[in-house]
Structures are given as structure tokens and as C-alpha cells.
Design a protein around this ligand. Structure first.
Ligand code: TA6
Length: 267
């Protein structure tokens, strides 16, 4: 797998790959890894790499064969590169049109700042007809131990619980992770949430993305994920900026969304 290194004068670094335009690593100025990448992640052509920041397009979740889309499986083009930022692009091809019959252009700019990682995702409809898409930045954040992790900032928000199939309301000031968590919080991506990850605390916010998804498979479901080692589920929480409901783009129209992840505390 081709890897591209990014570095910031502060000492922060990141590693990205054109495979899925995926972030694989983000390290703070003192060298602490903030992103989870499975040691069993498959990286052969066409694979979905488990961990990092997969780009989900044109379908978030939903039924196979398009479940979680194809953008994460394909090699993107490197459009521009600076020491601390990189932009990848992906356009429709005969391969993508076989799976999803639309003309599109995606771009993802990944920018390393002194204490933050900023991702800007753009979708353009290059066809003559409108199309609908759903999408996500499926960010795997590293936690020291899942049983001690907590996510703050979602109290009083309604969510669709994909683990139970029901809608529910978050009553707790801090969400904890005991077993599977698979929740879509609609119209919540612009909230400032904080992940208490152990030694580090990360703040997340989205611009343009409507929805926020929180996922950890828990022990039981993790055992069915062949690209996750035993106990691997204890080391991450996915906090995703998402377009979970279909968004329509007219011909030549564009949409863009940003996910900003800020390191707030690092001991
Ligand atoms: O974003 C949450 C989710 O859709 C979960 O339902 C869960 O299945 C997860 O993503 C991982 O999906 P993947 O296809 O990467 O195994």
C-alpha cells in the first residue's frame, strides 16, 4: 500500500494512502497515536481497510451489494500535496458506473494543523440527471480502553439505534460503551462532542454534514469481524460525520462537508 507522510512544524504527523483516500495514522506533537488502525486490516486492491478514516460513498450502511459504497475500496488520484496537507480525487469510471449509474467527482482534502486534523469532503454531480447519495467519514478514534471511554455532548438528543432498531433519547451527560453501540444522531453533526479516550480527549465537530454516527461493535459482534484482532474493539470508538439520509444533487451541483477533530488534552 502506498503511504504518504504529512508533517506539521508543531511535530504532529499523519499518514494517508490513495487507497480509499484513507487516513491511517494521526500522531500528536508528542507522538501519541490518535487514530485506530487494525493490525489485521486488509490492504489488497479492492479491500476495505479496517480503521483509519474510511470514506463512505455513495451509500452509507444499507443493504449489500452497495453497503458502505465503493469509495473506500478504490485508488484515488493524488490531486495536490503539501508537507501538511493532501487532496485526493475520485471520478466515476466504467467500474463505478456498473455499481452505481451516475457521473460524479469526489475530492477529499486532509489537512494537518498543530492540534487538529481537518477533512473536507466534496461531491459533485457531473451527470445530466440528478442523483441521491449518502456518505460518511467513518473515523476510528483510538481509546486506551473502551470500558473507560466516554462521549460527551449528546445529552437530550434523539437517535436511531441500529443495534436495537428503535429510536431513543440520550439522557446521560456522557455516553459509555458497554456492548454494541450503533447510533445515528440526526442533525447533530454540528454539535461539539468530546471523546474522553483515556490519556487524550478529542473534540469533534462537523460543518455541512447533517448527521453524527457513533459505533463500536462490542465484544460479541467484533468476534465476527475477521480483520479485527481479539480485543481490538476495546481500542476504538467511531465518531462519524455522516449524510445518513439521501441527499439530492442536481446536474453540476456540489455538496461539501467538513469534519474537524481537535486534540483537547494529551497527557
Ligand atoms: O457506521 C456504523 C456502521 O454502519 C455499523 O453498522 C457497522 O456495521 C460499521 O459501520 C462497520 O461497517 P463495515 O462495513 O466497515 O464493517
Amino acid at each position: 500500500m502506498q503511504r504518504i507522510q504529512l508533517s506539521h512544524p508543531s511535530g504532529a504527523t499523519a499518514e494517508v494512502t490513495p487507497h480509499g483516500a484513507q487516513v491511517l495514522s494521526w500522531k500528536s506533537a508528542v507522538g501519541r497515536e490518535l487514530i485506530y488502525l487494525s493490525p489485521l486490516a486488509e490492504d489488497h486492491p479492492g479491500a476495505a481497510i479496517r480503521g483509519g478514516i474510511p470514506v463512505i460513498f455513495p451509500q452509507f450502511g444499507g443493504p449489500p451489494p452497495l453497503r458502505h459504497g465503493f469509495a473506500r475500496n478504490l485508488i484515488w488520484e493524488l490531486a495536490s500535496q503539501l508537507p501538511d496537507s493532501v487532496t485526493f480525487e475520485l471520478s466515476d469510471s466504467s467500474e463505478t458506473r456498473q455499481r452505481w449509474p451516475h457521473a460524479f467527482k469526489l475530492s477529499l482534502q486532509i489537512q494537518l494543523l498543530s492540534d487538529s486534523l481537518r477533512l473536507e469532503f466534496c461531491v459533485k454531480n457531473r451527470g445530466v440527471l440528478p442523483f441521491e447519495f449518502t456518505a460518511a467519514l467513518h473515523t476510528y478514534l483510538r481509546v486506551d480502553a473502551i470500558e473507560n471511554a466516554a462521549l460527551r455532548g449528546l445529552q437530550g438528543r434523539r437517535y436511531q439505534d441500529d443495534a436495537t432498531g428503535y429510536e431513543a433519547m440520550d439522557h446521560d451527560p456522557a455516553m459509555r460503551f458497554h456492548g454494541m453501540v450503533d447510533r445515528v444522531y440526526y442533525d447533530a453533526a454540528s454539535l461539539a462532542v468530546q471523546l474522553l479516550a483515556g490519556a487524550s480527549t478529542m473534540g469533534l465537530t462537523g460543518v455541512g454534514f447533517p448527521d453524527l454516527v457513533v459505533w463500536n461493535p462490542g465484544e460479541e459482534a467484533a468476534a465476527n469481524l475477521r480483520d479485527l484482532p481479539e480485543g481490538g474493539y476495546r481500542e476504538f470508538v467511531c465518531v462519524e460525520a455522516a449524510v445518513a439520509r439521501p441527499f439530492s444533487l442536481e446536474s453540476e451541483e456540489s455538496w461539501s462537508g467538513i469534519q474537524l477533530i481537535q486534540l483537547m488534552q494529551n497527557s
